[in-house]
Design a protein around this ligand. Structure first.
Ligand SMILES: Nc1ncnc2c1ncn2[C@@H]1O[C@H](COP(=O)(O)OP(=O)(O)OP(=O)(O)O)[C@@H](O)[C@H]1O
Ligand SMILES: [Mg+2]
Length: 290
């Protein structure tokens, strides 16, 4: 079993902006979902865990080793798929993996070749190994990104918004791949796609403004909202009125009608009860005043 333990972590950027505000988390094998809106601090947290930036205070311990003091330890055990991979050089998928493998210290030639071919097969890119990565589709690039993250058999992999921009089929394929690899290692996934997290992650944390607002098992979190979520369709002109009188957690257009979903301990008049979804819990958490 692998354990990542984050304690009272803070990060203030040079311009004075505090992107991580006293975060503590303990993460074990399996898939951990970090949910939060744009600017919540997800990438800041991930880049700090992988050692690309140093926190202002606090500790990060991986398998009992302080990785802020020993960044080499996490580098040997880690795979990272950043939110923006940057520009791909004009070389083939195979050659790029080989290059990254050498950087990761996989020096034995035959072992390296075997690992690369195994990974290309795992991410379903074996037939494209001679194609240049910059010509790949978005989904193929993401799967290539997973292959490079898995080089060197890491014990922890961190993927930052990996399914943004993928079509539903590619997204599904990508999620299955992540699920497969999360059996024996830690996979930390950041996203604002609540649905992905609901189906994949055994544990989640909701982050906003640098803070972890809530964490836990999706099923247990959703259970907190049992019999407290209600919805109805309304006239657009009444929107303001409903916002003034109810704890509105979301509104949607359903078949061109405005539908609002609210939180209420008691049954409100003219609303229908709704089975709570993780999405409701997410929006409910984000609307709570600190
Ligand atoms: N190098 C930096 N210097 C100063 N502020 C930064 C820096 N990087 C990020 N920030 C700020 O920190 C906050 C958190 O940014 P971050 O990229 O971590 O959010 P995020 O949750 O990953 O958002 P997104 O979903 O859009 O990727 C933002 O307000 C951002 O402007
Ligand atoms: Mg980000």
């Amino acid at each position: 079993m692998n354990t990542l333990s984050i304690n009272n972590l803070n990060l203030t950027y040079k311009n004075g902006f505090q992107a991580i505000d006293n975060i503590s988390l303990e993460i074990n094998n399996g898939m951990f979902g970090l949910l939060g809106p744009n600017g919540a601090g997800k990438s800041s947290l991930m880049k700090t865990i992988v050692g690309l930036q140093k926190p202002s205070s606090g500790s990060i311990v991986f398998n009992n080793v302080d990785i802020i003091k020993n960044p080499e330890f996490i580098k040997q055990n880690l795979g990272f798929l950043p939110q923006d991979f940057g520009v791909y050089p004009k070389i083939s998928a195979y050659d790029l993996l080989e290059h990254i493998a050498i950087l990761k210290g996989i020096t034995d030639r035959s072992n390296r070749k075997k690992q690369i071919l195994d990974l290309l097969e795992k991410v379903n890119l074996l037939d494209f190994q001679k194609k240049e990565v910059h010509t790949f589709s978005g989904g193929m690039k993401q799967r290539f990104g997973v292959a490079q993250a898995l080089l060197g058999n890491p014990k922890i992999i961190i993927v930052d918004e990996p399914t943004a921009g993928l079509d539903p089929e590619e997204r599904n394929r990508f999620n299955i791949l992540l699920n497969d690899i999360s059996q024996d290692i830690i996979v930390i996934l950041s996203t604002h796609l609540v649905e992905d997290v609901r189906n994949l992650c055994s544990e989640i944390a909701i982050m906003n403004q640098g803070k972890i607002l809530r964490k836990g098992e999706p099923k247990l979190l959703m259970a907190e909202l049992e019999h407290k979520i209600w919805s109805r369709s309304i006239d657009n002109n009444d929107l303001e009125n409903f916002y003034a009188h109810y704890e509105v957690i979301s509104r949607q257009l359903i078949e061109r009608n405005h539908q609002i979903t609210i939180f209420s301990e008691e049954a409100p008049e003219d609303f229908k009860p709704v089975n709570p979804l993780l999405e409701h819990f997410y929006f409910y958490t984000l609307t709570q005043k600190p």
